[in-house]
Design a protein around this ligand. Structure first.
Ligand SMILES: [Zn+2]
Length: 192
């Protein structure tokens, strides 16, 4: 069963990487929070009873889910980088800070604009859309800026320019939303 799940995950990563690397000129990933990938959930010592541990169920589960998700994304990122060497697709990693709290229209950063897991509604200009889509646009903007900074040396590496730009949304989404976002990301944004 575990093997089956792992194989399906590898399949998904390979297929996603193929679609990204063959269909897009640029793919932007948020930098992984390495800590989440490498540290397990720490048991909580019970101060009353030395050597015993308090249950930390909810936090433990959240941390674990987060770590599983990050591993999935990392797999996709690695696979995409591997394929991109042959297609010339630019794979760019950007700092994920504030991508989910920034309005992609007016650029105002406000934690309160993230109304819920799914809804982004800018407290400044009232722009509203799916939180993952808003975050993905910010990631793409950051990726384009990074690409512009990286200079002609990097660009010369692109052998077969593509006419679409890939994007990826906030990694903190739930598994279902992550899949949906990856799928919608594949639709891409027409190149400006
Ligand atoms: Zn706004």
């Amino acid at each position: 069963m575990v093997r089956k799940v792992r194989r399906r995950r590898e399949d998904f990563a390979a297929k996603t990487a193929h679609t990204l690397a063959t269909g897009f000129e640029m793919v932007v990933f948020e930098a992984l929070k390495t800590k989440n990938m490498t540290t397990g959930v720490k048991p909580k010592p019970d101060p009353e009873r030395p050597g015993a541990f308090l249950p930390n169920g909810a936090a433990a589960k959240a941390g674990l889910n987060r770590s599983i998700l990050d591993k999935g994304w990392y797999r996709i990122e690695l696979a995409t980088r591997g394929k991109a060497r042959y297609t010339g697709t630019q794979v760019i990693t950007v700092n994920p800070a504030y991508t989910s709290q920034t309005c992609n229209v007016c650029k105002v950063v406000d934690r309160k604009s993230r109304e819920s897991q799914a809804v982004f509604r800018c407290t400044s200009c009232r722009h509203s859309e799916h939180a993952d889509v808003n975050a993905a646009k910010n990631v793409l903007t950051a990726g384009r800026a990074e690409f512009a900074r990286s200079g002609p040396g990097v660009r010369a590496g692109a052998r077969k320019p593509r006419n679409r730009v890939g994007r990826k949304a906030n990694r903190s989404a739930t598994a279902a939303q992550t899949t949906a976002t990856a799928a919608s990301g594949l639709a891409g944004i027409p190149r400006l």
